[in-house]
Design a protein around this ligand. Structure first.
Ligand code: MN
Length: 179
């Protein structure tokens, strides 16, 4: 059991990735490394926004192994299609206990409870975000919202203005063509 990452602590930073994935439909798989080295995952059809005015639907998907975080290429089988590392970086968990707002709880506990808050340090995504569960059945539906902070902006969705992989510089169309 590790403690949640805190500024100035010696805890290694937890990582996040956003995979752009063109399967049956284009979507963005948002994945946060949890304390037990699994990637908590959501499929965001429209992709993350930097505008606090946007509420992005995020469908919970299965946990992935941490080793998947750097994957870029063409998947076959279930979810077949090209994948790029659209954004990656580290994050600070800011998820608090419901009863005691001064107490940080592990990200995985927040996911179980249906609400998490975190600060991203990526190439494209920066600053505070929250994810809140709005339905459990038939599949978990969550809403992803950008917090109002100095990093917020409404200049247009980064999935439109910043399309290339932060790993290879390739677009998803180039990965689809090249493998
Ligand atoms: Mn996917």
């Amino acid at each position: 059991m590790t403690t949640p990452d805190a500024p100035g602590s010696d805890t290694p930073a937890l990582r996040f990735v956003v995979h752009q994935h063109d399967a049956t439909a284009m979507h963005y798989d948002f994945r946060l490394e949890a304390e037990d080295a699994v990637l908590k995952s959501w499929a965001v059809p429209k992709g993350p926004s930097m505008s606090p005015a946007d509420r992005r639907l995020a469908m919970r998907t299965s946990d992935h192994q941490l080793s998947y975080i750097d994957f870029e290429g063409v998947l076959d089988g279930e979810g077949a299609g090209p994948v790029i590392v659209w954004d990656e970086g580290t994050y600070d968990n800011r998820t608090h206990a419901k009863r005691d707002k001064t107490e940080l709880i592990p990200l995985a506990d927040g996911v179980d409870h249906g609400h998490i808050s975190f600060t991203l340090h990526g190439h494209k995504l920066e600053g505070g975000f929250s994810l809140t569960r709005t339905a459990k059945e038939p599949r978990e539906r969550w809403i992803m919202i950008k917090r109002r902070d100095e990093s917020a902006d409404s200049d247009g969705p980064p999935v439109v203005t910043h399309r290339k992989s932060v790993q290879s510089g390739r677009t998803i169309e180039e990965v689809a063509a090249q493998g």
